[in-house]
Design a protein around this ligand. Sequence first.
Ligand code: NAD
Length: 379
Amino acid sequence: MLVVILKESRQDESRVALTPDAVKALTAKGFSVAVESDAGTRSGASDEDYKNAGASVSGERAELLATADVLPVVNVLPADDQARLKSGAVMIGFLRPLDEPAALEEAVKRGVTLFSMELVPRITRAQSMDALSSMATVAGYKAVIVAADHLPKLFPLLMTAAGTIPPAKVLVLGAGVAGLQAIATARRLGAVVEAYDVRAAAGEQVKSLGAKFIDVDLGGLQTEDKGGYAKELSPEALELGRQAIARAAKTADVVITTAQVPGRRAPLMIPRAAVEDMRPGSIIFDLAAPAGGNCEMTKPGETIVHNGVTIFGPMNLAAEMPVHASMLYSRNLSNFLQLILKNGELKIDRADEIIAGSCVAMGGEIVNERVASAAARQA
Ligand code: NAD
């Protein structure tokens, strides 16, 4: 049973799927692990570290692909890499099956078993495998750090002999995992923080972090689904939120936006007019950029300045903190691997809720209904 760890091929990817610690645990259980040369360099793990953990290190990517039984990855492999995999091999990672099902076609065709970390059900037993939360935590922190660095102001209230500097005002939109981490980080730096979310439950969490919750009366509308996620709102309810946000954004120094609805385009929360009402020098950091952005002016993958307001639209922010992002991701993956690697063998029990929920393809077919309809829609 060979577990293979490749060097990620995306230019903007600095994370690695499994760290040397995780490799050590696998080799101790009798699994063979082969690592592509340089796979961990950008996340602080050398080839030597992997060798010391019991792995072999090789520069022969094609051979690694052809011999892999289990392939933990960060991002989906390019099609020409997928074409080298053997039938029955298992690939696990952020495969974006609902966003880009076509990118998985070659692997599905070859009979590769695919598991998506995005689809791991958010049940209690799967909490230690929740890679989305891990990456959202890193991104929420990093967003505030980048914004604080870029802001032409100090974050904390300072009383000096030359006078008092008021604290920066930070507005956080969407108080899920990333938003709550952004609030906590901004508070630690001394900013005054306000936050908005459609889920009423988020209000208590926001307040417990010392921030003010912006309450918008949506007339008792059901805003949360059974899984604890936000539902897609009606245009009227979205507009009520936008009005409250525009009022708060007018006086904010930094706006961090994180609002998302799974499987949908991110809701539009800051229209152009609201940006133009903001103060020059202020910042919008749009963490929803990969899902289209919460701000109308966001350009995914770019940082732009509009009327003096800098708008960041990062596509892969967690990768900018590769050491800890890899550490957390590797732990999430290792916990998932324990479900399918037992007694030195690969055992896929499709009756297990976590395995069933996250399995995208097996035996040459897409086995997840949502992914199958996303693939049919985009065909
Ligand atoms: P997410 O990334 O899908 O969305 C981020 C936030 O945006 C959410 O809080 C959502 O309510 C909010 N949002 C969506 N549309 C909005 C709008 N129009 N206006 C304002 N806010 C809007 O969510 P997430 O951070 O991954 O998590 C969402 C929920 O799931 C939270 O309740 C979280 O605590 C819960 N969760 C549970 C588990 C678990 O049980 N294992 C793990 C992670 C998260």
